[in-house]
Design a protein around this ligand. Structure first.
Ligand code: FEO
Length: 170
């Protein structure tokens, strides 16, 4: 049985993962309408992965005798100044998520819930991969700058990049 404090913290994380999925879906749609088909595919996949992150916690909470709450979500940002601006937002968002995961891990230790602590290790590893990938993408975009040819190649290449490739288990 989950302690109330852990159940609350996990439900907060369900909301964060759901919001992430929603934000990346809006980003994907923006990229698609800007003619950035490769980036759009990458972001649609990223949105799906966040939904999977959410689902894993929903099922974990329910399996442990808690009650997962499916939250209402606010409308995500629909406009971005550029692809660089979009990925900078994505990186900042992932850094925020990593902080929240770390807080959750700390709550697990304080509450001596070692099962949930163990469950959360997958998310700790996943955040390292996601942040590293977002930083790599930002480095590439900074290098490209205003170069349209570079942006064309970037958009073509990012289509085949997936966070899932970098993670050991899904
Ligand atoms: Fe599931 Fe990107 O945090």
């Amino acid at each position: 049985m989950l302690k109330d404090k852990i159940e609350q913290a996990l439900n907060d994380q369900i909301r964060i993962e759901a919001e992430s999925s929603q934000i990346y879906l809006a980003m994907a749609s923006w990229a698609e309408t800007e003619g950035l088909g490769g980036a759009a595919q990458f972001l649609y996949r990223h949105s799906d992965e966040e939904r999977m992150h959410m689902l894993k916690i929903v099922q974990y909470v329910n399996e442990r005798g808690g009650k997962a709450i499916i939250p209402a979500l606010s409308a995500p940002e629909k406009n971005y100044k550029s692809l660089t601006n979009l990925f900078q937002t994505l990186l900042s968002h992932e850094i925020m998520v990593s902080g929240e995961i770390n807080n959750l891990v700390e709550i697990c230790l304080n509450e001596k819930d070692y099962t949930t602590h163990n469950f959360m290790q997958w998310y700790v590893a996943e955040q390292i991969e996601e942040e590293a990938l977002a930083r790599t993408i930002m480095d590439k975009l900074r290098m490209i700058g205003e170069d349209k040819g570079g942006l064309y190649l970037f958009d073509r290449d990012i289509e085949s990049i997936s966070i899932a490739q970098n993670t050991t288990q899904k």
